[in-house]
Design a protein around this ligand. Structure first.
Ligand code: GLC
Length: 626
């Protein structure tokens, strides 16, 4: 396809015009029919969902891009607990990749195990060691499964999610007894990989109902598509009958969370999990449902709404994701951009064709291209780029400025000059006018690889950097949430002297074993699973013994975190997902997305076109696709 005579944004718009999938239906979901329970708490009315369910039969909807589309009937689920429909009996592809298990076992060095070398080197001893290691590993895996199952939360008799932590030793529970959307993702994936689909299906449907919740904080309501950070199943007295009780779902959209942080990542993870569910179970009836389609669109509308921003990245407040307290990540943090891109890619695959969705789909496609261009160009650093920034001219008022964001070279932190390896690179944490946050944030980098937000070369360079900087990012426990920690005055100013986020603790350079699973997917995508296997081996040596902590402290990740919860579910589930995927790498596909030819084409148009030509009133020039 060759495209001529157009400005880049118009080009993209036209490339996608008419090419995007639709769903033919203007129906709204049955969210209006939800049963709500209203409880007075001080001056605030708290609404809770009551348990009951209603299923409606809807006609089949037309084409969806999903590969395993089945023309089945679907129903709208309106609130209520009770059993979600049974989803057993779906087939999955037989995807084997067991070669890797043996491969992984080769990573048995002194450095990793902490044991002295076997000087005798006899084959028998070696074999025995291998066998006992693998039976130990099996026992740890079994314990992890038992703990994961114990963490399951039920709603009216059906599994609906997993509790954040099951730590009976902790004196203050805070909200760790709730089901967090982001924490459930590795649990959900672990269940999908075990072909236990019900809990994931129930989770998707029940959180979908919460999306339409009337949420307010001091009379202000956020956007409609917002998904909660967490929810709790409460048992309350039945209205009008003091002798009976009922279960209700009580969500928290940030109105009760510490710091009142809005969970921007929840809806994005929800979309990613929905696609993984469909790909894994083969049950396309869930994604075809009108209420589910409406849910996807509500999230997209919220994310794609026009604002004042000049950038295609999503503008958010501090603490909008896994890092859910003040850490100086407000603006355009990488983690949110990677999840945003991934969710757009997944939604693009799942949205069915409908006349009313054309604008939304067009906006989605345009955003995908603009976002990947922006991140690949401006967030990327390696030695060469760093040297360019070092020599930047500043105060360039012009349309063709090299230093577009007016970055002062003095911003390059001294640690980075030493730290950047000769081979490798990464995406910086944030980009704002006159500000680059050079910290390495792991989840954002992993998920940029998984979602193809970055190019193949950049993906490999990220893994090269991880290997080169293993001693800083992994050492005694994978994986540093970010590197380096904020210290001294920087810590005081940026975190507000947060005692929980002291240097090398918690979000400020702490080590989070849950990140293993995202690392694993990224490594498998780039066909370098041995990197993840090495990290899993290190974690396996400690996690069960340490009672599955939420995070570790110190530069090397040697101590269990100061305020770390034990039996943290996403630590357990993250480990299990890594093990399952390394044993069967093909299955990681349910989480990956690849740039297709439409996107590649639109992206190259954007690179080759001269942005200056786009200025001025909208041109009437047409796009021609030859
Ligand atoms: C902490 C973490 C957050 C997580 C929650 C529940 O607040 O910062 O990412 O979702 O605990 O585990």
């Amino acid at each position: 396809m060759v495209m001529v005579a157009m400005g880049s944004s118009e080009a993209i718009l036209h490339v996608f015009y008419g090419a995007a999938p639709f769903i033919k239906s203007d129906s709204t979901c049955s969210l209006g029919s939800l049963t709500k329970y209203k409880k007075k708490s001080g001056s605030n009315a708290i609404r809770l969902f009551k348990c009951s369910s209603i299923y409606h039969q809807f006609p089949t909807i037309p084409t969806i891009r999903f590969e395993k589309f089945k023309n089945t009937q679907f129903e709208s689920f309106s609130c209520k607990c009770q059993n979600a429909e049974s989803v057993s009996g779906f087939t999955t592809e037989n995807e084997n990749g067991t070669w890797f298990v043996d491969n992984a076992k080769e990573f048995n060095t002194i450095q990793e195990t902490g044991h002295p070398p076997n000087l005798l080197g006899s084959e028998d001893v070696h074999e025995f060691k291998k066998e006992s290691e693998s039976s130990l590993s099996d026992a740890i895996e079994k314990e992890a499964w038992d703990l994961l199952r114990e963490s399951i939360v039920h709603y009216c008799g059906s599994p609906i999610g997993t509790i954040a932590a099951n730590d009976s030793t902790s004196s203050s529970v805070l909200n760790y007894d709730q089901v967090f959307i982001r924490d459930f993702i590795p649990s959900g994936i672990a269940f999908l990989l075990k072909e236990e689909y019900d809990i994931v299906r129930n989770f998707i449907l029940h959180t979908l109902q919460l999306q339409s919740w009337e949420k307010t904080m001091d009379c202000h309501s956020p956007g409609q598509g917002l998904m909660p950070a967490s929810f709790k199943v409460r048992t309350v007295p039945l209205e009008g009958d003091d002798t009976a009780t009922e279960e209700v779902l009580d969500p928290d959209f940030g109105e009760a969370a510490i710091g009142r942080v809005a969970p921007v990542d929840s809806g994005l993870w929800w979309i990613i999990l929905l696609r993984a569910y469909g790909k894994s179970s083969g049950d396309m009836s869930l994604v075809e449902r009108i209420d589910v389609q409406t849910g996807i669109k509500m999230i997209l509308k919220l994310c794609l709404a026009d604002g004042f921003d000049m950038f295609p990245t999503l503008l958010v407040a501090d603490g909008p994701c896994m890092i859910d307290r003040r850490m100086g990540i407000h603006g355009h943090p990488l983690e949110i951009q990677a999840l945003f891109y991934s969710a757009l890619m997944c939604a693009r695959e799942m949205l069915a064709q409908e006349d009313g969705s054309a604008d939304l789909i067009r906006a989605l496609n345009n955003r995908l291209v603009a976002l990947s261009f922006h991140i690949r160009e401006y967030y990327w650093i390696d030695l060469k780029k760093l040297n360019e920034i070092y020599r930047y001219k500043t105060e360039e008022y012009s349309y063709d400025a090299v230093n577009k964001f007016n970055i002062y070279p003095d911003q390059i932190p001294p640690w980075l000059v030493e730290w950047m390896p000769n081979k490798g690179g990464y995406l910086i944490g944030n980009l704002q006018p006159a500000h680059m946050d050079f910290r390495f944030f792991s989840l954002g980098n992993f998920w940029s690889v998984v979602s193809s937000l970055v190019t193949g070369d950049q993906s490999n360079a990220i893994l090269d950097l991880i290997e080169a900087k293993w001693a800083d990012l992994v050492v005694d426990m994978p994986f540093k949430i970010c590197y380096p920690a904020l210290e001294g005055q920087e810590w005081q100013i940026i975190t507000g002297s947060d005692p929980k986020n002291t240097p090398w603790s918690y979000h400020n350079g702490g080590s989070w074993p849950t990140l293993l699973w995202q690392l694993t997917v990224a490594c498998i995508k780039m066909d370098r699973p041995e990197i993840a296997a090495r990290a899993v081996k290190i974690a396996e040596g400690r996690l069960a013994q340490d009672k599955w902590p939420e995070y570790y402290d110190t530069k090397r990740g040697r101590f269990i975190g100061k305020q770390s919860r034990l039996f943290q579910t996403w630590t357990i589930a993250g480990y299990l997902v890594s093990k399952l995927l390394l044993a069967n790498p093909q299955k990681a596909k349910i989480l990956m997305t690849d740039e297709d030819s439409e996107l590649t084409n639109a992206f190259s148009c954007m690179i080759t076109s001269n942005p200056r030509k786009k200025r001025g009133p909208k041109s009437s020039q047409k796009t021609y696709i030859v």
